[in-house]
Design a protein. Structure first.
Length: 328
């Protein structure tokens, strides 16, 4: 299907300002994959990420906007475009995002990538989301839902919710280096904070697109409950990350009872990958309101057969899906 062998590397999904330990072999993130073409004549691989200055860097403004959701696809588009440029002999600078105000300056450390040894094995470590929130919060949400399943109680009698998480989750979503996370007026705020998804998970039993509708976010029950959520970094959990994503949630009730649950992964994480049936179930859950059953079946069949299909074979069923009308 693809005429070129592609190797991918990426930085961690975090702000350049907060990333003191940027790892070019970490999972593909918002900055997108750096793709290396290895089927052209030159013996020196060209990193197409160097050829794609339009890729948006992984900064995280305090006020989220809807365009953030497009960053991953824009990065992937730019990287694949770079592969084809490189395959045709278009060269770029030797250093990733070079210049006096480049990425190395933003993180205050040199960034060296051994392109000759980049492999496709990073894809074996990728994770799929179970819930409609940021990756670093997936385990905590799963932990909260599992706790409530095991100990059903009325969320109205909750006194406090305490979540212990690894440092990245605390910094990114829990009130650490990115600042307070309890002012949640919009969807873009809600899916980048831990107090909101933990609160709505207790109330609704899930965190999917319905839980990020403006009308749901604004309801007093979830706004009141999220104020009772405390997020704390745990050094032991941080030491186990990223091979694991440990999270522990403790809920205290007005009766004096308390319940605690702990997890080290979530469905979709690299150590607990989705089965194909789970992938289909997630797709159906997200697409049912926008597609006919036949279209969904054809799309699933095409995705499952990607290794033997042409791109046109996938685009044909996708092209039959009508986009929902834009909200005004």
């Amino acid at each position: 299907m693809w005429p070129y062998a592609i190797s991918a590397c990426a930085n961690r999904r975090r702000s350049t300002a907060a990333s003191a330990n940027l790892d070019p072999k970490a999972d593909v993130a918002r900055f997108g994959p750096g793709l290396r073409c290895s089927s052209w004549a030159s013996t020196q691989p060209i990193s197409p990420v160097r050829l794609c200055p339009g890729i948006q860097p992984p900064t995280l403004p305090q006020c989220q906007t809807a365009s953030k959701g497009l960053n991953s696809s824009q990065a992937a588009l730019g990287s694949v475009h770079g592969v084809f440029l490189a395959s045709r002999g278009v060269t770029g600078p030797k250093y990733v995002i070079e210049g006096p105000n480049g990425l190395a300056q933003a993180v205050d450390k040199p960034i060296r990538v051994d392109w000759d040894n980049m492999k496709l094995d990073c894809f074996d470590r990728l994770a799929l989301k179970s819930y409609n929130t940021a990756v670093s919060g997936q385990a905590a949400v799963f932990c909260t839902i599992e706790l409530h399943k095991g100990h059903p109680f009325d969320p109205a009698v909750v006194v406090s919710v305490e979540a212990d998480v690894f440092q990245d989750a605390y910094d990114f979503m829990g009130g650490g280096r990115f600042g307070p996370k309890k002012n949640v007026p919009t969807k873009e705020d809600a899916d980048h904070t831990l107090p909101y998804p933990l609160a709505v998970a207790l109330l609704d039993g899930d965190v999917q697109p319905a839980q990020l509708e403006s009308s749901r976010i604004a309801k007093p029950d979830v706004q009141d409950l999220l104020q009772k959520v405390t997020i704390r970094p745990d050094a032991g959990f941080t030491a186990r990350y990223p091979a694991e994503v440990p999270s522990r949630v403790t809920v205290r009730l007005k009766s004096g009872e308390s319940f605690t649950h702990e997890v080290s992964a979530y469905p979709g994480f690299s150590s607990r990958p989705f089965t194909w049936d789970e992938i289909e179930a997630k797709f159906d859950k997200l697409a049912t309101d926008h597609t006919a059953a036949k279209s969904r079946r054809d799309i699933k069949d095409a995705v499952r057969s990607l290794e033997s299909l042409q791109v046109a074979d996938l685009m044909e069923p996708l092209g039959r899906v009508k986009a929902p009308s834009p909200q005004r």
